[in-house]
Design a protein around this ligand. Structure first.
Ligand code: MG
Length: 356
């Protein structure tokens, strides 16, 4: 099987509610779709979901990077995926989301050619399905409390809460949410670097004692591993690295510096499944559990992440809930139970998603 051509197109995803986090508000998600064609008539699908704040890319720059990468793809056998991804990582190192799109399209082709769902290529079906959980965007305390109550009334027992402005206001947000949902609902806080340094973070965490908080994600600025390590050493609540941890080298650094208790792996930060598996191996050896995070990808990128999460026991939680909140998903086949929020992988070969 040989790659004969590629096609790219902008993928502008309309959200049901604008996503507000510590560093910005996103009314739509500006992503890119990749189609990889072969001489055997198979079509591999990829999605690049860039974020200038996280991956350093934009919709326009990933579209350029993907067009540029066609020279590394055309004429190649998709089964030579590690060599192709290594070449892309060397030639376009600043485009992890573009490389992630290439990586998932190649895996999609390999799975289709072998007639197996992707998880069978990544270690097999480690579990039947995995529970997802909603994200409460950062907003006024009353708005966040109302949204949280709606989910709790649906029976949802875990919420991800976006915080990260003034710690006093964050505390008001948290206490309003707990007042609305009770202390039974597990809370996973994402600060998105908003508390900046260790001193601010530790004061904020101290004030949040007694709440049912499972972990706190990225309290301090991404580049400051020493500050992250100080928070991790002093906090009773587990600390997760997200923006501080993009690739296998970052996992090694975090492990060596004891800078976090957990790692948030995102295909778009690291450059796809091939790289994510290296991160998982290092994290597992270091005793660091991982979660599979999301950039709000459509069904294409979410399917890629889900196959990995199903196959790897060191992934203890999964946030690939984007398709529930997108009005114009370009694909179907990614299955989330809308009542239980459990996602199960398609048994269709490859990613198991098709364009609408
Ligand atoms: Mg995060």
């Amino acid at each position: 099987m040989r790659i004969t051509s590629i096609e790219t197109q902008p993928l502008t995803l309309e959200l049901q509610t604008p996503l507000k986090v510590a560093y910005g508000t996103y009314p739509v998600l500006e992503y890119a779709l990749l189609k990889v064609f072969t001489d055997e008539g198979l079509l591999g699908l990829g999605e690049a979901s860039p974020d200038p704040e996280v991956t350093g890319e934009t919709q326009a720059s990933v579209l350029d990077a993907l067009e540029n990468a066609s020279q590394f793809l055309i004429g190649k056998n998709p089964f030579d995926i590690s060599a192709i991804i290594n070449l892309c990582s060397r030639e376009i190192p600043s485009y992890p989301a573009a490389i992630a799109a290439i990586d998932m399209a190649l895996y999609d082709l390999i799975g289709q050619k072998l007639q197996v769902p992707l998880y069978q290529l990544l270690g097999g079906k480690g579990r039947l399905d995995i529970g997802l959980y909603p994200v409460i965007p950062m907003d006024e305390p009353s708005v966040m409390a109302k949204m949280s109550r709606n989910f709790a009334e649906m029976g949802i027992d875990t919420l991800k809460i976006k915080l990260g402005s003034d710690p006093k206001l964050d505390l008001r947000r948290l206490s309003s949410i707990v007042e609305a949902v009770g202390n039974r609902v597990k809370l996973r806080l994402d600060i998105n670097q908003g508390w900046k340094d260790a001193e601010t973070s530790l004061q904020a965490i101290q004030a949040m004692q007694g709440y049912n908080i499972e972990w706190i994600e990225q309290p301090v600025s991404a580049g400051n591993i020493d500050e992250l390590a100080k928070v991790t050493a002093a906090s009773d609540i587990p600390i997760m690295a997200d923006e501080s941890c993009h690739n296998p080298i970052d996992v090694l650094k975090i492990a060596c510096h004891k800078a976090a208790n957990m790692i948030n792996i995102k295909l778009m930060k690291c450059g796809g499944i091939d790289q994510a598996m290296k991160m998982l191996a290092i994290a597992e050896a270091a005793g660091l559990p991982c979660i599979l995070g999301s950039m709000g990808e459509s069904s294409i990128g979410s399917a890629a992440g889900l196959h990995l999460a199903i196959a790897k026991p060191n992934i203890i939680a999964c946030e690939l809930i984007g398709p529930l909140f997108i009005n114009n998903d370009p694909a179907y086949g990614y299955q989330i139970d809308r009542i239980t929020l459990r996602a199960s992988p398609s048994k269709t070969p490859g990613l198991g998603v098709k364009l609408i």
